[in-house]
Design a protein around this ligand. Structure first.
Ligand SMILES: *Cc1c(COP(=O)(O)O)cnc(C)c1O
Length: 466
């Protein structure tokens, strides 16, 4: 079948999210209270999260019903299309077949509203009036600003300084939906003032911005905090991507041999691949690793690969250890791959990938060999993004361009070997607000930052003792 686009009807929108915690061979290591280093209790988290989300965070139920109000909003852009990248295949002269799920169709332009909408819904139900958050590239801030508007909540966004300067129109977009945006570190919070005093010229980081947003929520009764990635309930909400995809691949009569996704905190990648890994964890599909051979009734376990930037190589160069989620040591300690909570990555354009940690679920499954990770240079990634926009037409977010680069490299390998593999990547978002980055690339101003190895070693030497 040579369809360009495989769509689903809105009544085929999944009614439940998939929770991979139900199928893990061993449970996750629990988050720890940062002061006592004892497992965090629901009460520890209730200062900044509603109990409904805390329950989802800890749940081991395999399926969790999507509230009707949330499904109604999802229908504004979901089910999202699965595309076959025929023109990219032709340009690469590859026998591989390339598919991608396109999350760029949401109003804010990425997968992030898949979780911003339910998180806002549960906070609204709990009587919360304002939600605080951080944003890197601005995709998460946009998603939360959009979602809070639909439920009539206020939204306060701490935007990483370098992105605030690089992407002024993202700020405007957040403001059109009614969000209030501050460049982080800011003078609005105690920890922000401290970061500014220590490093007045800092580019900021997601770790610092998270500290500011958490402090703001923890010190105001009517406010809660929302995180756009990393946490288990975010991975849960994003499973909508993979659940839709499974139906779409069935229609296409294909199944992926290799799946690629870019990883910042890991949520779009997890959303796409966890429903597939779940089949293996439950023993329904054989796990023969390698290049995804055939097993059972023709079901195959794909090779799964996360793609990250060389300047923030969390999964490829990080330690698998307990660490803080933020720079000011306010969040619970999470067991994850980390570059160290004080690590400040170089100011690459893929702001959404500049996070020192990664989701505990993605970390554990990577650690246990269910998937692999690779890291790419910024210049290579933009070269692939340009080939993509010139063949498929969509301008990709610089984040997304990382996994497109992975797919293109593999497709070129297939050209040499003649293998007709089915390759997939998760199209996490469009780059319509990343034009400064593309301008820089087209005019030869994109460079690769220096090797971060020494900075990583230094920062890993300061991991909290547990
Ligand atoms: C935020 C973002 C990412 C990185 O976050 P994950 O949680 O790893 O998905 C990737 N792509 C886009 C377009 C984003 O907005």
């Amino acid at each position: 079948m040579n369809a360009t686009k495989i769509t689903l009807d809105e009544n085929e929108l999944p009614k439940r999210w998939y929770n991979i915690q139900a199928d893990l061979p061993t449970p996750l290591d629990p988050p720890l209270n940062p002061a006592t280093k004892e497992p965090a209790t629901p009460d520890d988290l209730s200062a900044i999260f509603p109990m409904s989300l805390i329950k989802q965070e800890m749940s081991t139920d395999r399926w969790i019903t999507i509230p009707e109000e949330v499904r109604d909003i999802y229908k504004l852009w979901r089910p999202s299309p699965l595309y076959r990248a025929l023109r990219l295949e032709r340009a690469l002269k590859t026998p591989a077949r390339i598919y991608y799920k396109w999350e760029g169709v949401s109003p804010p332009g990425s997968h992030k509203p898949n979780t911003a909408v339910p998180q806002t819904y549960y906070n609204a139900k709990a009587g919360i009036e304002r939600i605080t958050t951080e944003t890197g590239a601005g995709q998460w801030g946009s998603a939360l600003s959009f979602a809070t508007r639909l439920f009539d909540l206020e939204c306060t966004i701490y935007m990483v300084r370098i992105s605030y300067d690089q992407k002024p129109y993202r700020r405007v977009l957040m403001e059109t939906w009614g969000g209030e945006v501050f460049a982080s570190p800011s003078d609005k919070t105690e920890c922000g003032r401290k970061f500014l005093a220590e490093t007045p010229d800092t580019t900021g980081s997601l770790g610092m911005a998270i500290s500011e947003a958490v402090e703001d929520a923890a010190t105001h009764d009517n406010a809660n905090y929302a995180l756009g990635s990393v946490l288990n309930h975010v991975m849960l909400h994003q499973s909508i991507i993979g659940l839709e995809m499974k139906k779409q691949f069935e229609i296409a009569e294909e199944s992926p041999d290799m799946m690629f996704g870019c990883v910042g905190g890991g949520s779009n990648f997890a959303g796409a691949v966890f429903p597939y890994i779940g089949d293996v964890l439950r023993g329904e599909v054989g796990r023969d690793g390698g290049d995804g051979g055939e097993s059972g009734d023709g079901d195959r376990y794909p090779k799964i690969i996360s793609c990250e930037p060389m300047s923030c190589p969390t999964l490829t160069k990080g330690a698998y250890a307990y660490d803080f989620g933020d720079a000011a040591q306010m969040t619970p300690l999470l067991k994850m791959y980390t570059l160290g909570y004080r690590f400040v990555p170089a100011g690459i354009h893929a702001g959404g990938l500049r996070y020192h940690g990664a989701a505990p679920l993605v970390s554990k499954l990577t650690h246990e060999g269910y998937m692999d990770a690779v890291a790419y240079k910024q210049t290579d990634v933009f070269k692939s993004a340009l080939l993509f926009v010139r063949t498929e037409g969509f301008l990709l977010a610089p984040e997304t361009a990382h996994c497109v680069h992975g797919v293109i490299e593999e497709a070129l390998r297939c050209r040499k070997t003649g293998e007709e593999k089915v390759l997939f990547f998760c199209g996490s978002g469009h780059g319509d607000f990343d034009l400064t980055a593309y301008d820089d690339y087209l005019n030869g101003r994109i460079v690769d930052p220096g090797d971060p190895t020494d900075a990583i070693r230094e920062s890993l030497s300061k991991l909290p003792k547990v």
